[in-house]
Design a protein around this ligand. Structure first.
Ligand code: IMP
Length: 193
């Protein structure tokens, strides 16, 4: 059984990753290691934050750590909230309310947006591998669907469905995290023993 620590306590992300990995893997949450240091996500790129988290955890654990940094980039807002997606409001409800308010009066054709996910895999002796995935859509005028997490109910596709209307399996086939993760799998197989 191969084992790695996922440097996140976000249950939604952990569930998506566990679904994507095969049965030969044990993915443990950072929540299982209360002694791990808090990592301040103070870099201005997804790559910078993911690398910082993965390297900090790999060094503290003396093992392999996978970290994800992700967010929503809205074209009409110059790419915001981007790396600040988690801190854009106090909770998902406030974040979505703020986003809809900021886009007040912006027509559908200018509401284009993408989710970005960068995964960083760091090893005990300085190994580092990054992958990146994106998912294109637009910000809807109203929330739709009950699945997923975060901004999913506001992230809509051309066919009218939102990410929150997809099952976890459907989401992982088209999501930014699914894409970054599928690209990471061969590196995990090659590097983690
Ligand atoms: P971080 O990667 O933990 O810094 O958090 C990124 C934030 O972006 C999350 O808290 C969500 O608000 C948002 N986000 C990232 N990925 C998704 C997704 O798949 N669906 C909805 N929101 C997401």
């Amino acid at each position: 059984m191969k084992s790695l620590v996922f440097a996140s306590t976000n249950k939604g992300k952990l569930g998506e990753l566990s679904l994507l990995l095969g049965p030969g893997w044990t993915v443990r949450s950072a929540a299982e290691f209360p002694s791990l240091p808090e990592v301040d996500e103070d870099r201005d790129t997804f790559e910078g934050n993911a690398t910082k988290k993965a390297q900090t955890f790999a060094a503290a654990l003396g093992g392999w750590a996978l970290a994800d940094d992700s967010g929503l980039c809205v074209d009409a807002l110059g790419g915001r909230p981007g790396v600040f997606s988690a801190r854009y409001g106090a909770n998902d409800d406030e974040r979505m309310t703020k986003l809809v308010r900021e886009l007040d009066g912006v027509p559908v054709e200018r509401r284009t947006a993408r989710f970005v996910c960068v995964l960083a895999l760091a090893g005990p002796t300085g190994e580092l591998q990054l992958t990146r995935g994106t998912c294109d859509g637009h910000i809807g005028f109203t929330r739709k669907g009950t699945h997923g997490f975060g901004y999913d109910p506001l992230f809509h596709f051309a066919d009218g469905r939102s990410l929150a209307e997809l099952t976890a399996e459907q989401k992982s086939t088209i999501s930014h995290r699914g894409a970054a993760f599928r690209e990471m799998v061969p590196h995990l197989e090659r590097l983690v023993r």
